[in-house]
Design a protein around this ligand. Sequence first.
Ligand SMILES: [Zn+2]
Length: 286
Amino acid sequence: MEDKMKQEQLVGRLPLTNSGELQTFFFGVGSASAIKHFQNNFVIIKGNQHISVDLGNKSQLALEHIAGLKMTDIEFFLPTHSHADHVGGIETFALDSRYVGIPRLGKEKPSVIITEEYQRILWDDTLRGGICFNEREEENKRNLCFGDYFNVIRPIWKQKQPREIWELDLGGIHLEIFRTKHVPDSAETWETSFVSYGLFVDGHVFISCDTRFDIDLINMYASRSSVMFHDVQFFNGGVHASLDELRTLPAEIKAKMYLMHYGDNWETQDITGFAGLAQQGVIYTP
Ligand SMILES: [Zn+2]
């Protein structure tokens, strides 16, 4: 397929609205242990709607340095899975919103797109220890819950699909949220993997988020995708798709696939045949 992707380096502050086209912007494209490229967190923008996806433990810096944004600028958020490079910044996001964004900046509570199952996991296993205590003395309420920090938006279960898929229409953006096969490295299927999600946006933009090589997943979406953003690692084994595995894909799929979530040794990799390495700080308009 011909690559018609418009790529534009951001200058200044990232506007979270546009004139109606679907845009994807990466605050970072680095792997969990990368030093050079922040973390694979991004935002989808269309018209007046934005959806920020994942906030890792470096996200506060990435937002500032790459996009000129603050945590309190984010109004709609979607977390994909419980690794620190994806959810390690949510505690700051929650606190900044509750104690700065709402009282001082007149913002609303941010909205979080999340399944019931993952909300329980995210709150109980990651967030509760840090933010379940109310910092405000005047409120006669000692313990807080997820709903005290965030409005919850539930995607809808899409039935009769080959795997677990959730759907949502939000402000003109259509999301399919599919389960991925990420952790552990021994899991045979997405069903036996720990909960992790990827995205298919507006019926043509595929973003794997974190997954091991999963040919069933790629085949489910490849023909409908105008562009595919896929995570990569430059070694075999582990919990991401390796470059060697992705190289086995047909040429027409590789030609529309941008590799993301990569290690600091990207310069020595041969990515011939792929659309390229996704770049942080670039506005992608497919
Ligand atoms: Zn991960």
